[in-house]
Design a protein around this ligand. Structure first.
Ligand code: NI
Length: 247
């Protein structure tokens, strides 16, 4: 159930049955020569919608621009600085709290968002802890990376082994190919498996990873593998959401 496709009366009725909402969050950043710039937002969005359908949960509009400063050396990448993203997350959660939502399940598609999401949760909790009000509802936030569960991990290992890497992975590219079969790209990848390592700012990243990939070979991606990864992620995350929202 997408929030954007409901009426306000339907949301009032939903709140009689559940106080939980799934918030997909991704990024708009380069994903190597054959990966879409929207990869992280697309993965988070389609998996969140699948989970929402599986468990009857409401899904918020996707937060499509994340914290991706290190990708700005590549055309088309966009970032919110951490402080901006924290402010966006606080205001989104604050809006929904006003209506009675209490459980905020952030389904994340981008590793670069993790530290900022954790800081945003601390800001949200700190505002409540410092407030004098004692009868406010108990607010809880959860961060779930779509690729971090046993099912997806095992499947990615089986499909791609050491060619999975950590950025522009064949798994995430495959999920976008499944979601948007009309936008599948091909490119020569040289070397086939990209170098690994750490990075600091955008210039440092571009110097170390000239085509944008880290440790991956996304030429191995297929839409059929994307369907399997999507189904594994939806099943695992639906279970996680249901047990968390009920607690
Ligand atoms: Ni990604």
């Amino acid at each position: 159930m997408q929030l954007q496709l409901q009426t306000w009366q339907e949301i009032e009725a939903y709140l009689q049955t559940s106080r939980g909402i799934i918030l997909p969050i991704g990024s708009t950043e380069q994903h190597g020569p054959n990966g879409l710039i929207g990869t992280d937002a697309i993965c988070a969005e389609v998996i969140a919608r699948g989970v929402g359908e599986a468990v009857g949960a409401l899904v918020a509009p996707t937060i499509s621009v994340g914290m991706a400063q290190h990708h700005l050396g590549f055309a088309g990448s966009m970032t919110l600085r951490p402080s901006t993203l924290i402010a966006v997350l606080e205001d989104m959660v604050g809006s929904l709290v006003r209506h009675g939502f209490e459980r905020f399940y952030f389904l994340n598609g981008h590793g670069g968002n993790i530290a900022t999401l954790a800081a945003a949760f601390s800001e949200i909790y700190a505002s409540r802890s410092l407030s004098a009000a004692s009868n406010t509802p108990p607010i809880k936030c959860r961060l779930k990376n779509w690729w971090q569960n046993q099912e997806v991990h095992d499947l990615a290992k089986e499909l791609y082994g050491d060619s999975e890497g950590s950025h522009a992975t064949p798994s995430e590219v495959a999920v976008t190919q499944f979601a948007y079969p009309g936008s599948i790209k091909s490119a020569v990848l040289d070397p086939p498996v990209a170098p690994r390592g750490d990075f600091a700012d955008a210039a440092d990243y571009r110097r170390k990873f000239p085509d944008g990939r880290i440790g991956s070979n996304p030429a191995l991606a297929t839409p059929e593998a994307g369907r399997r990864l999507y189904e594994a992620a939806v099943a695992a995350i639906a279970k996680d959401y249901q047990s968390w929202v009920a607690a």
